[in-house]
Design a protein around this ligand. Structure first.
Ligand code: AMP
Length: 285
C-alpha cells in the first residue's frame, strides 16, 4: 500500500493504475463498516484507493470537528491488511487550496432532514466528494447506506459527472446487538451505548410490524421512536429521492437522535429490494 498526501503524488499513481479503479472516501477512525466497503471495492476493482480526510466543511459551528476520533496508525494497519493499494491522506490545504474556493450544492436534498438539522452539512459533503472525485478519477465509488441521504446526494452528483462513474451502495454493518457501526460510537459511555440501542431497536420494531402487514407510515414512525431518546426525526420517505412515500411503494424509514451530546443516524428499507439479511448485517467477529 502506498500512503500519499500531496495531490500530485496521488495523481501520478492514479494515472498509472490498473482499471477499473474503485474509491472509498472516509473520515478515518475506521471500523468494520468501512472495512466492508474496502473489501467489496477490492473484490470488484483492479485498484482500490481509500481516502481519509476529516472534512471541515461538513461540520457546523459547535459540532465535533475538533474531537472527531482520529486513529491514523490503526487505520493504516487495517487498510494494509485489507490490501488497499493507495491510501490518500491529504491536508485541508491540499483539498482546499487558498484562493481556489469551490462550493458544490447538494440542491433541495441538502435542505431536508440531515440538511435541516445540520445546515450546510450536505453541501459540505457534496463539495468534498466532488473535489475528491476530481482528484482520484474513479470508475466506481463505494458508499454506505447508513448515510442514506448522503448516498442520495452523491448519486445525484454522479449522474451529472463528466466521466462515467458508478456509485456502489453498500449495506449497513451493525454491531452484534444491532447498533449501526459509526466512528461516533466511540464517544458513547456504556450506559449511553445501551440507550443508543433504542435507535436500531425502534427500526427493528417497525420492520417487524411491516412484515406483519402494517403499511401506515405514521404508525411505523411512532413505532420507530424509542422512549428516552431525543429524536430530530423519525420519518418514512420514498427511497428514490426522499420525497413523500408513494402509495404501495417501498419506504425508507430514517431516524436521527441525540444522546449525551452525541448525534447518531440510522435507517431501514421496508419493502423494495431488500439488502442482504433483510438489512441486518452484523460485523464479523
Ligand atoms: P465516514 O468515515 O463516517 O465518513 O464514512 C465513510 C463511508 O463509510 C460512508 O460511505 C459511510 O456511509 C460508510 N459507513 C459508515 N458506517 C457504516 C456502516 N456501519 N455500514 C456501512 N457503511 C458505513
Amino acid at each position: 500500500m502506498r500512503t500519499v498526501a500531496p495531490v500530485s503524488e496521488l495523481q501520478a499513481l492514479v494515472h498509472e493504475a490498473e482499471r477499473p479503479l474503485g474509491f472509498v472516501p472516509t473520515m478515518g477512525a475506521l471500523h468494520a463498516g468501512h472495512a466492508a466497503l474496502v473489501r467489496r471495492c477490492r473484490n470488484e476493482c483492479a485498484t482500490t484507493v481509500v481516502s481519509i480526510f476529516v472534512n471541515p466543511l461538513q461540520f457546523g459551528q459547535g459540532e465535533d470537528l475538533e474531537r472527531y476520533p482520529r486513529t491514523p496508525e490503526a487505520d493504516q494497519a487495517l487498510l494494509q491488511e485489507l490490501q488497499c493499494d493507495v491510501l490518500f491522506m491529504p491536508s485541508a490545504r491540499e483539498v482546499y487550496p487558498a484562493g481556489r474556493r469551490r462550493r458544490v450544492s447538494a440542491g433541495p436534498l441538502g435542505e431536508i432532514l440531515e440538511g435541516a438539522a445540520r445546515p450546510g452539512h450536505l453541501d459540505g459533503v457534496a463539495t468534498v466528494v466532488a473535489t475528491l472525485f476530481d482528484m482520484v478519477e474513479p470508475d466506481r465509488a463505494y458508499f454506505g447506506r447508513k448515510d442514506a441521504q448522503q448516498l442520495a446526494v452523491v448519486e445525484a452528483l454522479a449522474r451529472e459527472w463528466e466521466r462515467p462513474l458508478e456509485i456502489v451502495p453498500c449495506d449497513i454493518v451493525r454491531d452484534l446487538d444491532g447498533l449501526a457501526l459509526s466512528s461516533r460510537n466511540a464517544y458513547l459511555k456504556p450506559a449511553e451505548r445501551e440507550q443508543a440501542l433504542g435507535l436500531s431497536g425502534g427500526l427493528h420494531r417497525a420492520e417487524r410490524a411491516w412484515r406483519e402487514g402494517l403499511r401506515d407510515a405514521a404508525e411505523l414512525e411512532v413505532l420507530a421512536r424509542s422512549p428516552g431518546l431525543h429524536y430530530d426525526y423519525a420519518l418514512c420517505v420514498d427511497p428514490a429521492g426522499f420525497g413523500a412515500p408513494r402509495p404501495g411503494g417501498p419506504l425508507l424509514l430514517v431516524v436521527a437522535a441525540r444522546m449525551a451530546g452525541v448525534r447518531l443516524i440510522d435507517n431501514i428499507l421496508l419493502g423494495g429490494q431488500q439488502p442482504a439479511e433483510s438489512g441486518w448485517v452484523c460485523r464479523q467477529t
